[in-house]
Design a protein around this ligand. Structure first.
Ligand SMILES: Nc1ncnc2c1ncn2[C@@H]1O[C@H](COP(=O)(O)OP(=O)(O)O)[C@@H](O)[C@H]1O
Ligand SMILES: [Mg+2]
Length: 352
């Protein structure tokens, strides 16, 4: 049974408590529980005792009520009823309940998603409006530069204006990339090609300098169904971060192997595992501090003075659109590994 059930007699002794109830309340079953007072068995769950203790006094018993178990960070939905004998006297009571925590979290995520959508639209609008004036500033500063004497402060000030405008423009472009809904142009994509292009692109974004780079792909790695251009962006961003983290010295290793993911058995029944390609981007840089690991995929989270904080947010968005996964493991002082797992054929393309 997916519901929790607790039944007890009029004298307060427990008549039944199922496994789901123990699970939801995070209690361990002991052999003598049935027959003991329920206040004893549930003594660590005071809010539940409070609800149960009213059952014989109340005229209207709660139906589909909610109870928050703060100490467990859990919400349950419950219905309470009396058990009556033939004469109509209450001889016991039952509580049916369900763990609503997941439902709540889903709703919360949905609300957040909606907020982000409208925020995203606004950001896209602003970014779009900023593009033209920024380009204007850059061009006009360039023109002015030709009119002022080649020596003197004016030249270097104008050079600064141009480079700042370029930086602002790069942020605007990244922002537009982030807020734009992902539309995949799926084609058979060779992973080695993607990685090679990504390396080239990353090097134009962040000079690699003394960083040693190794690419090690399993022989016979299958081509995947994906958007080549967007996958390039994923690995370009990961590599750019690795180069930035290493600051001119260290090692970056990219590995690619085949793998499989088991689908959630509840969702897919006995479907065979999905073949995947697993690509790791590894660096031996300073690592991600533990308190930042939850946040690095959030838009605008950055620890860099000139960072946009959008690189990994874009990565995640594109990986999600491919029904893939991205995992991070990092040891401060030792390095960081980003693992991208992509299905060889994406689930959404099966439906096409
Ligand atoms: N390879 C890495 N090593 C250490 N920290 C990293 C690495 N990749 C990402 N980070 C951390 O994650 C943050 C967010 O990255 P990202 O979303 O690409 O934004 P940005 O690069 O603009 O800061 C970075 O500011 C950095 O703190
Ligand atoms: Mg980045």
């Amino acid at each position: 049974m997916r519901n929790g059930v607790i039944a007890f007699r009029r004298d307060g002794t427990l008549a039944l408590m199922n496994d789901e109830a123990y699970r939801i309340f995070a209690l361990d079953r002991s052999p003598g529980d049935v027959g003991r007072p329920y206040v004893d068995v549930l003594r660590e769950r005071a809010p539940v005792i409070r609800v149960l203790s009213g059952v014989f006094e109340l005229d209207h018993l709660p139906n589909r009520a909610e109870l928050r178990l703060k100490e467990l960070d859990r919400v349950i939905g419950y219905t309470l009823s009396q058990v009556k004998n033939d004469e109509g006297t209450a001889i016991g009571a039952v509580m049916f309940f369900k763990d609503l925590t997941q439902v709540e979290q889903l709703e919360e995520r949905e609300r957040l998603r909606e907020r982000l959508v409208s925020l995203g639209e606004m950001a896209a609008g602003i970014a779009h409006e900023l593009k033209n004036p920024l380009a204007g500033i850059e061009v006009m500063a360039g023109l002015l530069r030709r009119q002022v004497p080649t020596e003197g402060d004016a030249q270097s000030l104008l050079a600064d204006i141009i480079s700042e405008a370029k930086l602002a423009n790069a942020i605007v472009v990244e922002m537009l990339e982030f807020v734009r809904p992902v539309r995949l142009q799926v084609e058979r994509t060779d992973v080695a090609d993607v990685l090679q292009q990504s390396v080239t692109l990353a090097e134009t974004k962040v000079p690699r300098r003394g960083v040693d780079l190794k690419v090690d792909l399993e022989a016979g790695l299958p081509a995947i169904e994906g958007d080549q251009h967007q996958l390039c962006q994923v690995f370009t961003n990961l590599l750019a971060n690795a180069f930035e983290a290493l600051d001119g010295k260290g090692h970056v290793t990219i590995t690619g192997v085949t793998g499989t993911i088991e689908m959630d058995p509840a969702m897919s029944g006995a479907d065979p595992p999905t073949p995947t390609v697993v690509i790791d981007v590894l660096d031996d840089g300073p690592g991600v501090p533990p308190d930042a690991t939850d946040k690095i995929f959030d838009p605008f989270f950055t620890t860099k003075p000139q960072g946009s904080g959008l690189g990994l947010a874009i990565v995640r968005k594109i990986v999600d659109a491919h029904d893939g996964r991205i995992d991070l493991s990092s040891t401060p002082g030792k390095g960081t590994r980003f693992r991208v797992t992509l299905p060889v054929a994406s689930a959404s393309s099966w439906f096409k």
